[in-house]
Write a protein that binds this ligand. Structure first.
Ligand code: NOJ
Length: 552
């Protein structure tokens, strides 16, 4: 427990490095091809050795897996394919024993369609108490059309017709019916769930679609999709980022604060501005909110600098710290993103990456070495920032996105609901390679639930362990230094006289210099602590490289 003592017990999350585990693809303890709780428990030593402070565990609950577990059928149990509650408790004990904290994912916007409440709603008449837990509506008057033309995030209509002609809202897959948060039973049940996991010792929660719970669907007729797109997230949008959502989190905060130490929370929040995001991150609310700005930005000095500046300012005024993310289970892994041609904006980047996956990883041509160099440089830049950093499993191996998954093996509802126009997120969710060889590269005893490509062994923990300059050893070195040097929550920008080079200083003299250009740049003075890539000439910062220096 030594490491826990080093950070403040109460606000450990303010500067934590949190490692996201997508449990079905992390490690398979029982050899059935699906990652599980015992698989995670047996790799706690690996995570402690990597140097992270906490694990965020994506949904591990009973689920029909229409959306990778984000369709929850029972919020207070473990999917039997992943383990049992007893195994969960043993995992918590192992993590705590190694000085690591645990954040679990809570999915309150929608349940799975096999959740007993939804089964009951389908079997109950219109206007019933069971239907009121969800959002059921009659068709447009005089027609059998859905109440509005709203589209699901994964494609197709956001309304699904049921046997008696009513429709229910599902902003995601049809197997993810949206809950009605105006219903007191819904609120009470989630309060119970938060206590259930807090009582089992979890240290915090990641809140899925945190901006979407409060809905106002009273307008008659409902506004069109074009209208709500024009309105955008905010107080006038019928679903996203309405002001009433904060009353829910104020109630949750009372629950979190009734524990010692208080439970932490971080919201997945897609809103219009860092200012709106900060409203979720106040001490009276969730405490922290995800900032996806870096993840959506091109590898470009100006973009990175303005994102950092804006978010640090806002975080300070909300009483929180900023979060930083480069990869997660929803996006194309950052070494691949940065190896594709530079893009104009995030939507363009997404379209390009999806085209690249659809071509089996051929078009547009990717510069693999440059992508990895930029990814490592961006990671070192991110880890030098005040606030907390969220890492996604496999990024410490420099894993690229896997393009070569055949349609028959794909799992993402985005692929199916868009009829293959979107390839989806499976390429970031392929089970991790632990060993150079073996039937599933050490993931488990048998083949993995998503196919691994033949080249996966090169990126395995075993291969990278043995190479001092590997991405894995670079992450380990960086996390150990960050733990030692990352004091305070401020940064000072340094003048580099070069628009492509960002340099910043943290209290105590720790400096981070990132060269975003494709040519070397002049290196500022300071003792070299580490570099994100090879250094041929110690007077220069190579292209696409970050150096950490100590003021002399
Ligand atoms: C956000 C999660 O990160 C994503 O994986 C999921 O598909 C949606 N929320 C719906 O739960």
């Amino acid at each position: 427990m030594e490491r826990m003592g080093e950070t403040s017990k109460l606000d450990w999350w303010r500067s934590a490095v949190v490692y996201q585990v997508y449990p079905r693809s992390f490690a398979d303890g029982n050899g059935d091809g699906i990652g599980d709780v015992t698989g995670l428990t047996s790799h706690v030593g690996y995570l402690a050795g990597l140097g992270v402070d906490a694990v965020w565990l994506s949904p591990f609950y009973p689920s029909h897996l229409a959306d990778g577990g984000y369709d929850v059928d029972d919020y207070r149990d473990v999917d039997p394919r992943l383990g049992t509650l007893t195994q969960f408790d043993a995992m918590v004990a192992a993590l705590h024993g190694a000085g690591l904290r645990l954040i679990v994912d809570i999915v309150p916007n929608h349940t799975g369609s096999a959740h007993p409440w939804f089964v009951e709603a389908l079997a109950s008449p219109r206007g019933s108490r069971a239907r009121d837990r969800y959002i059921f509506r009659d068709p447009l008057p005089g027609t059998d059309l859905p109440p509005s033309d709203w589209t699901s995030i994964f494609g197709g209509s956001a309304w699904q017709r049921v046997a008696d002609g009513q429709f229910y809202l599902h902003y995601y897959a049809a197997e993810q019916p949206d809950l009605n948060w105006a219903n007191p039973e819904v609120r009470a049940d989630f309060a119970r769930t938060l206590r259930f996991w807090s009582d089992r010792g979890v240290d915090g929660f990641r809140i899925d679609v945190a901006h979407g719970l409060a809905k106002d669907l009273h307008a008659d007729p409902l506004p069109s999709q074009a209208e709500i797109d024009r309105i955008g997230p905010g107080p006038d949008h019928p679903m996203w980022d309405r002001d009433e959502v904060h009353a829910i989190y104020a109630q949750w905060r009372e629950i979190f604060d009734s524990y010692d130490p208080p439970r932490a929370a971080v919201g997945e929040v897609w809103v219009a501005s860092p200012q709106r995001r900060a409203r979720y991150a106040t001490p009276a609310g969730l405490g922290q909110a995800f900032n996806f700005d870096l993840l959506r930005a091109p590898f470009e000095a100006g973009a990175f600098r303005s994102i950092v500046a804006a978010n640090l300012d806002i975080a300070a005024t909300s009483g929180s710290t900023s979060t930083w993310v480069l990869s997660n289970h929803d996006v194309v892994r950052h070494p691949t993103r940065y190896g594709l041609p530079q893009f104009a904006d995030a939507d363009d980047a997404q379209a390009m990456a999806q085209a690249w996956i659809a071509s089996g990883g051929c078009e547009p041509a990717q510069d693999v070495a440059l992508g990895l160099a930029r990814a490592r440089a961006a990671t070192l830049f991110m880890l030098a920032l005040p606030g907390s950093a969220y890492l996604y499993q496999g990024e410490e191996l420099g894993l690229p996105e896997v393009a070569e998954i055949p349609p028959s093996a794909r799992q993402d509802p985005a692929f199916f609901r868009s009829e293959g126009r979107e390839m989806g997120r499976d390429g970031a969710r392929v089970p991790l390679p632990w060993t150079r060889t073996g039937p599933s590269f050490g993931f488990g005893a048998s083949l993995s639930h998503l196919p691994q490509p033949p080249w996966f062994g090169e990126f395995s923990v075993e291969a990278e362990d043995a190479t001092p300059t590997s991405t894995l050893n670079t992450y380990r070195q960086a996390l150990a230094l960050r733990r030692r040097l990352g004091h305070g929550e401020v940064l000072e920008w340094m003048d580099t006289g070069d628009d492509d080079v960002l340099a910043l200083r943290r209290p105590g003299g720790w400096m981070c210099v990132t060269n975003f250009a494709g040519r070397p740049a002049v290196r500022p003075p300071g003792r070299l602590l580490m570099a994100s890539g090879p250094l041929a000439n110690h007077d220069l910062v190579p292209a696409a490289t970050t150096l950490w220096l100590m003021e002399e």
